[in-house]
Design a protein around this ligand. Structure first.
Ligand SMILES: Nc1ncnc2c1ncn2[C@@H]1O[C@H](COP(=O)(O)OP(=O)(O)O)[C@@H](O)[C@H]1O
Ligand SMILES: [Mg+2]
Length: 285
């Protein structure tokens, strides 16, 4: 899960580590571990064709979810590779570019917006029949539960090849929730629905944002076959941002001081959406 990314050296190489025969990619006699930066939760390490990270109560549920999604034809989600000898979760490494802030200009193309909506719609359709009996999630479910939400479906968790969306990563914080929960956050990041003073967004007019919001919702509806009330996306985004502000505040209080400035940023973005709801939905309705 990413709250705010820092730009930095993509990989820091840490010492060699021998892989045991029980390792998911034991075929390689030796593999370097590369600390993957880019996220804000930290701890992801690349080992050859796999990515490892700390396991938790949610691990087997997430591995089962990824398997379920791939069985439903979503080859753009990482392949679950089980647990390595150090007890870490392992998934396949998806080759390509994972955009970080400041985002490259091409991320604002209509093709990316529509593709992202289509992938989200596919996820929600495929996850609808996931068996949640005895499931353990890192984040709580959000009501009303309709589908399995990724919960951080945003450009910095997407993999692109030649500007085309080819993968989505960072599944550990998935949990059940309503469709609009994911759609709202995607709209926030990709329409965008940020206060113009937030440099992470695109400096665009409200009318243009209304048009992109409608494009996003139309693409989602077209591929999902499910009606989305565009007007419902905005209050969901506001609620999502207040949730994120609270979550970030708790992390800052727990010692992640670098995140404290983001708390106000999310609240300011939420206030901007409230102040511009009519303009955003009027043209989008
Ligand atoms: N399966 C994967 N395939 C390719 N790159 C990955 C994968 N998982 C993580 N990464 C890389 O590692 C970085 C951090 O991983 P991520 O799962 O997004 O962590 P965080 O929870 O900290 O956001 C990503 O920005 C991406 O560059
Ligand atoms: Mg991430």
């Amino acid at each position: 899960m990413l709250l705010k990314v820092e730009v930095g050296v993509p990989y820091a190489v840490i010492p060699f580590r021998m892989l045991s025969m029980s390792d998911p990619d034991a075929g390689a006699a030796m593999a370097q571990e590369e600390v993957l930066s880019g996220g804000n939760m930290g701890g992801a390490v690349r080992v050859g064709v796999s990515v490892r990270r700390r396991s938790g109560a949610w691990s087997s549920t997430i591995q089962r979810l990824l398997r379920h999604l791939r069985r439903h034809g979503l080859e753009w989600v990482p392949e679950p590779l089980g647990r390595d000898r150090d007890g870490r979760d392992s998934v396949s490494y998806l080759a390509g570019e994972v955009p970080q802030y400041p985002l490259p200009d091409w991320i604002w193309s209509e093709g990316v917006l529509i593709d992202a909506a289509r992938h989200l719609a596919q996820l929600h359709a495929a996850g609808a029949d996931f068996d949640t009996t005895n499931a353990s999630w890192q984040l709580p479910a959000h009501e009303p539960v309709e589908v399995i939400c990724h919960n951080d479906f945003a450009p910095y968790n997407m993999v692109f090849v030649d500007g085309r969306l080819t993968g989505v990563i960072d599944w550990d914080t998935a949990s059940p929730g309503p469709r609009v929960w994911d759609l709202a956050y995607l709209a926030y990041r990709l329409v965008p629905l940020t206060d113009p003073a937030n440099g992470d967004g695109l400096d665009s007019q409200v009318d243009e944002r209304a048009r992109r919001l409608r494009l996003l919702c139309d693409a989602y509806r077209r591929y999902h076959g499910h009606e989305v009330d565009t007007a419902a996306v905005l209050p969901a985004t506001v609620q999502r941002l207040y949730d994120l502000a609270d979550f970030t505040q708790a992390r800052a209080d727990a010692g992640h001081e670098d995140l404290r400035s983001h708390v106000g940023l999310y609240r300011r973005d939420a206030a901007w959406i409230v102040a511009h709801t009519e303009a955003l939905t009027g043209a989008a309705g």
